[in-house]
Design a protein around this ligand. Structure first.
Ligand code: NI
Length: 180
């Protein structure tokens, strides 16, 4: 168990396309997930993707339960999602503020599908299939983008709606969040 360094925007490892996991329920995979859970908890992340700790595999984790960084967010069950596939349901998009542990201290508005279906596997190779909406759907889309080398800063709805969380909050900008 250990808290890993989270790579920050500018590190080329965040821009790689991650490889699919081919072996489940292995000591290496369990160790990776333990490290990811420890790291996410330490930094109060809503989610984390393996490339953020320098491991180029298609593994994401997410959980929201009274997260101090997202005080108005609903509950998202702690999930380990491997080799994920996301399918949008309908065409409704919503814009809301996002943050990322790889872009510390900043927030930006990103447009995402409000309703998705996602599928993949847990660390034991058990199939996961779910539908998700609103914040849950947003977190899954954000984390899975990391597996394709994308960060939310690539998808800003408007570059002017991007800045330091402290300043945005001080000036009332973050009060306009709608997706919670
Ligand atoms: Ni992120």
């Amino acid at each position: 168990m250990s808290v890993k360094t989270v790579l920050r925007l500018g590190d080329p490892k965040l821009r790689q396309t991650a490889q699919s996991v081919t072996a489940f329920d292995t000591p290496e995979l369990h160790a990776l997930i333990t490290d990811m859970l420890d790291t996410m908890a330490h930094y109060h992340g809503a989610g984390l993707a393996a490339p953020q700790i320098g491991i180029s595999l298609r593994v994401v984790i997410f959980a929201v339960d009274g997260n101090p960084r997202y005080p108005q967010a609903g509950q998202v069950p702690q999930t380990v999602l491997i080799n994920p596939v996301i399918t949008p349901i309908g065409e409704t998009l919503a814009s809301d503020w996002e943050g990322c542990l790889s872009v510390p201290g900043m927030r930006g508005v990103v447009s995402r599908h409000t309703d998705i279906h996602y599928a993949g596997f847990d660390q034991y190779g058990q199939r996961i299939e779910r539908t998700a909406e609103q914040f849950h759907a947003r977190v899954v889309q954000h984390e899975c983008d990391h597996l394709d080398g994308l960060l939310y800063t690539d998808k800003l709805a408007d570059p002017r709606q991007f800045g330091f969380e402290q300043e945005l909050s001080m000036h009332g900008m973050l009060d306009h969040r709608t997706a919670d």
